[in-house]
Design a protein. Structure first.
Ligand code: ZN
Length: 256
């Protein structure tokens, strides 16, 4: 990674006229992502999807034993196609932090020190230099049995951004690394994956929840992800989904 990233060493440097994040006060990236595609489309203020197929009627909360914390690359936050945000819509205990290389989030650091939680960084075990930190789902069960809340820390961004977050966040260096093992192929239709085996962020959460025993939460999130995926894709071709899909009907039934 160090070779391929040498040219972007100052990518996180802050220019003086940069906007600030109203929540964290951190510098904020330019919002060019909004203009990239569909900036003329009317979006719902509740779900940020095109109004034609709004997601709001299908928002359902679920309970899970494990929690998901997202460490999101700043360029990912403002993309309407981001699926990390779907996790928080379903699981209210989800925490979202913006990743800045030079300024770790203080609240995240405090939570990592909190003994109530057993955090795992979700990352592939394909590099030799951290094999001693790699664990399996058995470690998640052990954490549960010792009364701690398992936490899946997802690095939310492109694969390249996720690697950068993993490599350049010293506060993650002591945490166990949990690789997701799954046969699932991505169903995400809004961006072209490099490989069908590359799951989007919501899909990673779904599989972890399912494998970790939070099966009903996984099922709700899976339906919600599918509705997001279908709705967004349909709106891109100005098509209104009608009648509701099976996933839409299941979620709507949970709300009544
Ligand atoms: Zn909406």
């Amino acid at each position: 990674m160090s070779v391929s990233e040498s040219g972007t060493h100052n990518a996180d440097a802050v220019s003086p006229n940069v906007e600030r994040d109203p929540v964290t006060g951190h510098p904020r990236p330019p919002r060019r992502e909004f203009k990239a595609r569909g900036s003329f489309v009317r979006r719902c203020e509740g779900c940020n999807l095109p109004e034609l197929n709004c997601l709001c009627p299908y928002q359902v909360k679920a309970e899970s034993h494990a929690q998901v914390w997202l460490l999101t690359h700043p360029l990912e936050h403002y993309k309407p196609t981001n699926t990390g945000r779907l996790i928080g819509d379903v699981l209210s205990q989800t925490q979202v932090f913006t990743w800045y290389r030079t300024a770790p989030d203080e609240q995240l650091l405090a939570l990592l020190d909190d003994p109530r939680y057993a955090p795992f960084v979700i990352f592939p075990d394909d590099q030799p230099d951290y094999t001693d930190r790699v664990v399996s789902l058995a470690a998640v069960s052990d954490a549960k049995q010792s009364g701690r809340i398992p936490v899946y820390i997802l690095l939310d961004g492109t694969w390249r951004q996720a690697r950068r977050i993993f490599r350049k966040s010293p506060y993650l260096d002591e945490l166990p690394v949990l690789p997701l093992r799954t046969e699932r192929e991505t169903r995400y239709r809004l961006r072209k994956p490099a490989s069908r085996a590359h799951l989007c962020t919501a899909e990673v959460a779904i599989e972890l929840l399912r494998q970790g025993g939070d099966t009903s939460a996984a099922a709700v999130l899976d339906d919600y992800f599918e509705v997001f995926n279908d709705s967004y894709a349909a709106s891109r071709s100005y098509h209104k989904i009608d009648p509701p899909t099976a996933a839409m009907q299941r979620l709507a039934a949970c709300r009544t």
